[in-house]
Write a protein that binds this ligand. Structure first.
Ligand code: MN
Length: 255
């Protein structure tokens, strides 16, 4: 039976993560290991530490990963890429070149494995239940089409890319070594999911990335919430086999 895989937050290309090249290879080895039994792979955001696509240019590096995406889709595996808060700015290249399907926001999807169908709510997780005004303002600017056009066409690309990589670097450094504790009573993502579930009791599974913490919560007899962790350090992922959602990691894979 084929399976559906979920992973997130590889932060490829990051200057703040040691040996990011080796980590990219490990991720590619994992994707290679699942290529025969994967029906679909859902990547829930921040696979790139900073991805900004210009009309005729894309960021350097990460070619093994891009090649692996193309290989999977060429072989009939559906690959879905949700944009996170580090890789919002893809405007067609990844779809055309790597054959992936891009999602710019949360999606509710019915996933079918064999004869079993389950309803999933999938999102990177940034901005959901988030109340901080400064975060919301930055998010608004990052997603604004006019700001994106100005960044792309007025600012020299070398400066733009440098600025973006530095922003991503400092954002990573800020969270480094800080293991976040998710308190289900107050956590914005958990609160968001609970509120959403009250209005959409037909959802069977909420899956998020973004937090770099693994988290698993039984919401009810028929609904579960999973935060995936990350794909560079803990290397955690989830796998839906039609019967259950299995959480595992690919740390043991050597390249
Ligand atoms: Mn994120």
């Amino acid at each position: 039976m084929k399976k559906i895989y979920f992973l997130s937050d590889a932060h490829l290309g990051s200057r703040a993560i040691a040996n990011i090249g080796a980590r990219e290879k490990r991720l590619c080895a994992f994707l290679d290991s699942i290529k025969d039994d994967a029906q679909a792979v859902y990547m829930l955001g921040d696979m790139f530490d900073f991805w900004f696509e210009y009309r005729h240019l894309v960021p350097k590096g990460m070619v093994r990963f891009l090649g692996k995406l193309a290989e999977l889709t060429d072989n009939g595996v559906e690959v879905h890429l949700f944009t996170g808060n580090h890789d919002i700015w893809t405007f067609g290249y990844l779809e055309q070149e790597c054959g992936v399907k891009i999602h710019h926001g949360p999606e509710t999807v019915d996933l079918k494995v064999g004869d079993k169908t389950s309803r999933f709510f999938l999102a990177h997780g940034d901005g959901l239940g988030e109340k901080s005004r400064s975060f919301r303002l930055i998010r608004l600017i990052f997603h604004n089409r006019t700001c994106q056009w100005l960044f792309s066409n007025v600012f020299p690309a070398n400066w733009g890319a440098e600025l973006g990589m530095r922003w991503a670097y400092y954002s990573r450094k800020k969270h480094e070594g800080y293991i976040e504790n998710i308190d289900p009573a107050t956590d914005p993502l958990v609160c968001f999911a609970k509120e959403h579930y009250r209005e959409h009791p037909d959802i069977n599974c909420y899956v998020f990335g973004h937090r770099h913490v693994e988290f698993d919560l039984i919401m009810s007899r028929s609904c579960r919430m999973v935060i995936l962790g990350d794909s560079f350090r803990q290397c955690t992922y989830a796998c839906w086999n039609g019967e259950e959602m299995v959480l595992d990691n690919f740390n043991r894979i050597s390249t």
